[in-house]
Design a binder for this molecule. Structure first.
Ligand SMILES: C[S@@+](CC[C@H](N)C(=O)[O-])C[C@H]1O[C@@H](n2cnc3c(N)ncnc32)[C@H](O)[C@@H]1O
Length: 266
């Protein structure tokens, strides 16, 4: 019943969808305050991709893979980077340690998530900002690369986000973006992308996401039980893509697919 209502809202009321996601991630940031939970993405697994990780990073191997795989498709070193939808900051922390950007600005709409990030991560080249994807609080042509990991499905207006990214990117700057949609939503997505960017690389990574979800489901189930009230278990399990949940099954049936793009501003 709840999931049917949410689907209806997500499809037909984009502004309400944006408000609901903002509420959810602000709630999560106030409820789960441990630095142990660093990522909120579905992860990535492939037999051919196994970066060496420190003992600390090993605990979050699969969500880290998604960031590492995406960022290894471009060049980050000594550049000025913006991440939109940085969540609990695990990706920002990892990428600054491993890919050595000159500056990394991480932005999220959730004030509570950004508060946590500011207290967890203190580095000279890493800054956290509260802000919205469709109104980026930055000057024109400031960044070399914009990173966006599993966040754009929450935005009320994806086109506005793309135009904002184009505005803050330097000429020929890159947008590295990965997220899920239904196939029909992706045809609109591709149309908007083609109007503003050149596609440098594209991949369907749905199978890699499912493999990672298989590996992460037990741990995430325990975290949901530990941190969140019982009545939120089913809906949180679906949002978290737990094996067997409605969302997981949508990936299996390919009603939802997960794509990755490297785009150049034109
Ligand atoms: C599934 S989480 C992914 C977080 C992070 N990228 C990761 O991989 O762990 C989606 C994130 O997008 C953020 N978000 C949702 N709508 C947003 C918006 N309009 N502007 C900026 N961030 C937004 C949420 O607050 C949340 O932190």
């Amino acid at each position: 019943m709840i999931s049917k209502l949410l689907k209806l809202i997500f499809r037909n009321f984009p502004v309400l969808k944006g408000k609901l996601w903002k509420f959810w991630y602000t709630y999560l940031g106030s409820k789960v305050i441990t630095p142990e939970l660093k990522f909120m993405n579905y992860g990535y697994f492939s037999d051919d991709f196994k970066p060496q990780l420190s003992q600390k990073d090993e605990k979050e191997r699969f969500p880290i893979h998604l960031y590492h795989y995406l960022c290894s498709k471009s060049s980050i070193k000594n550049l000025r980077i913006l991440e939109v939808g940085s969540g609990r900051g695990g990706g920002a922390d990892y990428i600054t340690r491993i890919f050595f950007p000159k500056e990394y600005h991480a932005l999220d709409i959730s004030t509570t998530a950004i508060q946590l990030c500011k207290s967890f991560y203190k580095k000279d080249n890493l800054r956290f900002h509260v802000g919205s994807a469709d109104e980026l609080p930055f000057d024109n042509q400031l960044f070399d690369v914009v990173i966006n990991v599993e966040s754009s499905h929450c935005y009320p207006n994806f086109n506005k986000f793309l135009l904002e990214v184009k505005r803050v990117l330097k000429p020929e700057g890159q947008l590295l973006i990965t997220d899920f949609r239904s196939n029909s939503e992706f045809s609109d997505f591709d149309k908007l992308i083609n109007e503003n960017f050149e596609i440098i690389a594209y991949e369907d990574i749905t199978d890699n996401i499912l493999l990672a979800l298989d590996k992460m489901s037990e741990k995430r189930k325990k975290q949901i039980k530990y941190f969140l009230p019982k009545f939120l278990f089913n809906i949180s399990s679906s949002f978290a893509g737990i094996k067997g949940s409605e969302l997981y099954e949508s990936f299996v049936k390919r009603e939802l697919v997960y794509h990755m793009y490297v785009l150049k501003s034109v």
